[in-house]
Ligand binder design. Structure first.
Ligand SMILES: [Zn+2]
Length: 94
């Protein structure tokens, strides 16, 4: 299920973000929740106002993030990031 929220943007690629969907559940995003940009693969974290910021690597050790979620998030993020970086090399922004 897609959950809409106020407009924010990815701090890495500037993609507008106004919705989220759960990886393992249909939960709506709440402050402190983890997310991932589908354009560049950046791992993000929701702030109090539900804007997103870049997640620091040590935050992935947060006990609120289960082992299955951590594994899925980091694997998908790596693959999306590789695809995005390849796209930038092959077709750089003008
Ligand atoms: Zn991004």
């Amino acid at each position: 299920m897609i959950s809409r929220h106020a407009l924010t943007s990815c701090p890495t690629c500037a993609r507008p973000i106004d919705a989220a969907t759960g990886m393992l559940t249909d939960a709506r995003p709440e402050p402190g929740d983890f997310s991932m940009c589908v354009t560049c693969g950046e791992i993000l974290r929701y702030q109090e106002d539900l804007t997103v910021r870049k997640c620091e690597p040590l935050e992935l050790n947060d006990p609120g993030l289960g082992n299955a979620e951590r594994t899925v998030l980091t694997q998908i993020s790596r693959r999306v990031r590789e695809r995005w970086q390849r796209q930038l090399r092959e077709d750089p922004p003008q």
